[in-house]
Design a protein around this ligand. Structure first.
Ligand code: SF4
Ligand code: SF4
Length: 351
């Protein structure tokens, strides 16, 4: 009787989640999982680099009970974000940069957060009992992907992304921690098999073991989270990536036929989709921060974006951009000065 009530509640919640626009939804029980110890090992091995927002909150990240006493279930929701099948690995241009596809439209924190709010609102009206809850989109102290895995949203690929057999890996996760007792879903088994495409394609060898990414080598980390100097060992491998890196997902066979997102807010803003170096320089220098409203591109801040742009221009070696590099003032910023001089040197050496 109890378990059929738990199942009915879950099915009702899942139906509402799909109605408010999520593509995936599942339920995990709040308990200790082996991945939580693996996360601590990952942090202790230094693979999190200096992402203090991961390490500072380690304790509550693994103890949902500390943030919602009596928490019993996690409702994990997935939202597809890919809106165009173009791939960075197919782009061959000496005057265009690549912005990671998750950042082409509005910042997902807003969109996923709004949908979680809609879901909770409908649950409080339509469920037969009251409940407590906390919603999280990346910002809260919950190990999102561990719960999403145990909620059956996907398996952990060798590239460390969660992969769903029908939807691929281009999806965001948001979750609701609740004191409702809900029937948990089953995990999806690992379908990577003998494939190693992501490991082979990673330009910086950042995938150091199956499912383990060393952030200190990852282009995504350096272009978004690193606020200092990007090591020279990483720069050439950044290629045209000015923000993030999609390579280890683009080569994954599970993304070849994955459906595109139907969420209009993720549609590419014109200036995010294969932007030219000139247009980026203009936006970063003359119109920051208004040039990137509600965009993930605000995270590296103006100096980080400019640093990344210098590296990408240097990598492409197009001497047409030497005047642009000369023109941009880097006075008083040693990191920018050094990176710009490095870019100029790359172009001159190629010429
Ligand atoms: S995001 Fe890019 S750099 Fe990072 S692991 Fe994947 S392919 Fe390698
Ligand atoms: S590319 Fe292959 S090994 Fe890597 S995550 Fe996809 S299926 Fe797994």
């Amino acid at each position: 009787m109890l378990s059929s009530h738990m199942r009915d509640l879950k099915e009702k919640i899942k139906n509402i989640a799909i109605e408010v626009g999520f593509d995936l939804v599942g339920v995990a029980r709040v308990q200790e999982y082996p991945e939580m110890a693996a996360f601590l090992n990952w942090v202790e091995s230094g693979y999190g680099a200096d992402m203090s927002y991961l390490t500072d909150k380690t304790s509550p990240r693994i103890n949902p009970d500390e943030v919602l006493p009596g928490a019993k279930s996690v409702i994990s929701c997935g939202l597809l974000y890919n809106t165009n099948p173009d791939r960075s690995i197919d782009m061959n241009s000496t005057n265009h940069a690549w912005v990671s596809r998750y950042a082409w439209g509005k910042d997902y924190h807003y969109i996923v957060g709004e949908k979680l709010g809609d879901l909770v609102g409908r649950m409080s009206i339509e469920l037969p009992q009251p409940f407590s809850h906390r919603c999280y989109v990346d910002t809260g102290p919950v190990l999102e992907r561990t719960f999403a895995y145990h909620a059956g949203l996907g398996w952990f690929g060798k590239n460390s992304c969660l992969i769903n057999p029908k939807h691929g890996s281009y999806f965001f996760i948001g979750e609701i921690l609740t004191d409702l007792a809900l029937e948990p879903d089953r995990e999806i088994p690992d379908f990577c098999g003998s494939c190693t495409r992501c490991i082979d394609a990673c330009p910086t060898n950042a995938i150091v073991a199956d499912g383990v990414v060393d952030s200190r080598k990852c282009i995504s980390y350096h272009t978004i989270e690193n606020h200092g100097t990007i090591p020279e060992s990483i720069r050439a491998d950044m290629g045209h990536h000015i923000f993030g890196c999609d390579i280890c997902q683009e080569v994954c066979p599970w993304n070849v036929k994955s459906p595109l997102s139907q969420e209009s807010e993720f549609m590419p803003r014109a200036y995010m989709f294969h932007p030219t170096f000139g247009s980026l320089a203009d936006r970063i220098m003359k119109h920051y921060p208004d040039a990137f409203p509600k965009s993930p591109l605000k995270r590296p801040k103006q100096a980080g974006l400019l640093r990344n742009l210098f590296i990408v221009i240097g990598n492409k070696g197009n001497s047409d951009f030497l005047p642009l590099l000369d023109e941009i003032s880097v006075d008083g910023d040693e990191i920018l000065r050094e990176t710009r001089d490095w870019a100029i040197k790359q172009i001159r050496e190629r010429a």
